[in-house]
Design a protein around this ligand. Structure first.
Ligand code: SF4
Length: 563
């Protein structure tokens, strides 16, 4: 136990912990304003909400594990200077211990919960509080994303010197803009100021990122934000707005935030509630989301009906950023007919071939690509039609990834060669080539020389050839879609449905962890089967989609020009 913890237990200092008032945490400044309202409206307390999605829960668990790893490393390096607030205690106890440690002048306090600030309406903690040699503390957070890029000029200090005084201009790193990190630091700074424990001088905060190799220091008073704003002034403006929304909701006053569809709605637990309200009011955001909906409402185009009445070829009443104005009007007209998908073109054109292969790759973060799935169809080339998978089940990163990629490439090349030898045309298809291209190129580079692995030039030549077709580009150019153009959204229009009700990229990350025993557990064969089935369904989805787009079925969709 740290020397700073010994005298703490048993003390009962007076606390500012207040539970009945509106107290907002740091995340509120990035949260949907309507969500802030709903979370503070007493009438919404018992309304059913969607549970946290498993992928979100996994992300939280991963972040927690990362923080623990970094904490253990820092604690080993800092020895007796390190103090830790026990995580399992009640909020009041954690606050009490934090206050005592800060009052005792502990140099480094991990896991602190700062005294709530009822006047300012905020509460929260921070991973590490670092004592300044001039008195007071600066906040330091630990995050599970990249915080710098190759370059120069970032202010960093080694992990062995996790305080601003140890920072130097880094010749190898530049700051990767991560606004959320800076806003979190600003929140902690305001809490430190309210409790009288903030360091004097310029507001500063540190971040340890995914690589956990250095501490990156942000000057929160520097005018690095748009229009000369600082991280602190941006935070203050956003926080004041959210606080007003929350207080109005708590008081039962006129809501300061109405629902409007944004990207976050997809994973928001309140979507059912908001969607029903949006449908009742026929809100324009059902067709154009985000700032475009706000802009249209601002000029009186508040409903889908009003948007549909406009002339799609006329000048837009207000500039839109998310989609062309003409598309928005046509989508509104389609929505009124109960359609979320319409044709942009009279005849849909999908390049086809005698021999066709649908390809889908599964990767795990930046660690590697562990599975290349293929669905062979078309003319006979002396190879069984249907699905095959080229996979490694050794936990990534592993050299065995090169073996599976080499086998995939050898098989694909074999099909191409045999098709050519028989005078048959060949094409391979994927949905959104960015990921497949990235990992084909990266695998060729990383596993150069291994059996079957092509050169980077060979991969580039294939990618540039007409034999590699990105269906996503074809869908984007030939359809108008109100709900996005992802394969999971589009393929059901072609009549395809995934067998697994939880099928999705984020969930597949969780399955992968279990499949290979990434967390130190026994590998789970049933999760491997699940991943293979999911991958097989993905390639069957593109195969089905292509067939549908080439058929009359897709031409039964309304043509935008007729709306
Ligand atoms: S569903 Fe959308 S509008 Fe409603 S609270 Fe969530 S993010 Fe906000």
């Amino acid at each position: 136990m740290s020397e700073y913890l010994r005298p703490v237990f048993g003390r009962t200092p007076t606390l500012g912990y207040v539970s009945s008032q509106v107290l907002l945490d740091a995340g509120v400044v990035n949260r949907c304003r309507r969500r802030v309202h709903l979370e503070h409206d007493p009438n919404m307390a018992d309304v059913p909400k969607a549970p946290t999605d498993p992928a979100g829960a996994q992300r939280m668990a991963d972040a927690q594990a990362h923080r623990r790893t970094v904490a253990d490393r820092l604690a080993r390096g800092l020895g007796a200077q390190w103090a830790e607030v026990p995580a399992g205690e009640s909020a009041a106890d954690r606050e009490r211990v934090t206050l005592a440690l800060l009052s005792a002048g502990a140099p480094y306090v991990w896991g602190g919960l700062l005294p709530a600030d009822p006047l300012g309406g905020r509460r929260g903690g921070v991973e590490l509080l670092v004592r300044s040699p001039y008195g007071g503390y600066v906040p330091l957070i630990v995050v599970r994303h990249k915080v710098s890029d190759p370059g120069s000029g970032a202010r960093t200090s080694p992990l062995s010197l996790p305080y601003p005084g140890g920072a130097r201009s880094d010749p190898l790193r530049k700051v990767r803009p991560q606004p959320r990190d800076q806003l979190r630091l600003a929140h902690a700074t305001r809490l430190l100021q309210a409790s009288g424990f903030a360091a004097t001088g310029r507001a500063t905060g540190g971040v340890i990122g995914m690589d956990a190799d250095v501490v990156l220091w942000h000057d929160l008073d520097a005018p690095t934000w748009p229009n000369g704003r600082t991280a602190l002034s941006e935070y203050d403006a956003r926080f004041a707005d959210r606080l007003a929304v929350a207080r109005a909701a708590r008081a039962g006053a006129d809501p300061l935030a109405r629902p409007s569809r944004i990207v976050e709605c997809r994973t928001c637990p309140w979507w059912q509630t908001c969607e029903s309200q949006l449908r009742d009011t026929r809100d324009v955001s059902l067709v154009v989301r985000g700032e475009d909906a706000t802009a249209l409402r601002g000029v009186g185009v508040s409903t889908v009906d009003k948007l549909a009445e406009l002339d799609p070829r006329a000048e837009p009443p207000v500039p839109l950023v998310g989609m062309p104005f003409e598309d928005s009007v046509l989508l509104a007209r389609a929505w009124l007919r109960g359609m979320n998908l319409v044709r942009r073109v009279e005849r849909i054109d999908v390049p086809r071939a005698d021999v066709e292969v649908d390809v889908d790759m599964e990767s795990f973060g930046d660690s590697g690509a562990y599975l290349w799935g293929c669905w062979l169809s078309g003319a006979d080339v002396d190879e069984g039609q249907g699905y095959r998978a080229f996979a490694t089940w050794e936990p990534l990163p592993t050299e065995d990834e090169g073996r599976s990629f080499g086998e995939f490439w050898t098989w694909l090349t074999g099909i191409r060669v045999r098709a050519r030898a028989r005078g048959l045309s060949f094409r391979a298809y994927c949905y959104n080539e960015l990921a497949e291209n990235r990992w084909m190129l990266s695998s060729a580079e990383r596993f150069a020389g291994q059996p079957g692995v092509p050169t980077v030039a060979e991969v580039k030549s294939f990618i540039r050839s007409g034999q590699w077709v990105d269906l996503f580009g074809i869908v984007r150019d030939q359809f108008l879609c109100a709900n996005g153009k992802g394969l999971k959204t589009i393929a059901p229009a072609a009549g395809f449905h995934w067998r697994d009700p939880e099928a999705g990229g984020e969930n597949s990350m969780r399955w992968y962890r279990d499949a290979v025993g990434l967390d130190g557990d026994e590998p789970q064969p049933d999760q491997r089967r699940r991943l293979l089935e999911y991958n097989e369904d993905d390639v069957m989805a593109t195969w089905t989609l292509r067939g549908w787009m080439s058929s009359e079925g897709a031409h039964e969709l309304p043509f935008a020009g007729d709306l």
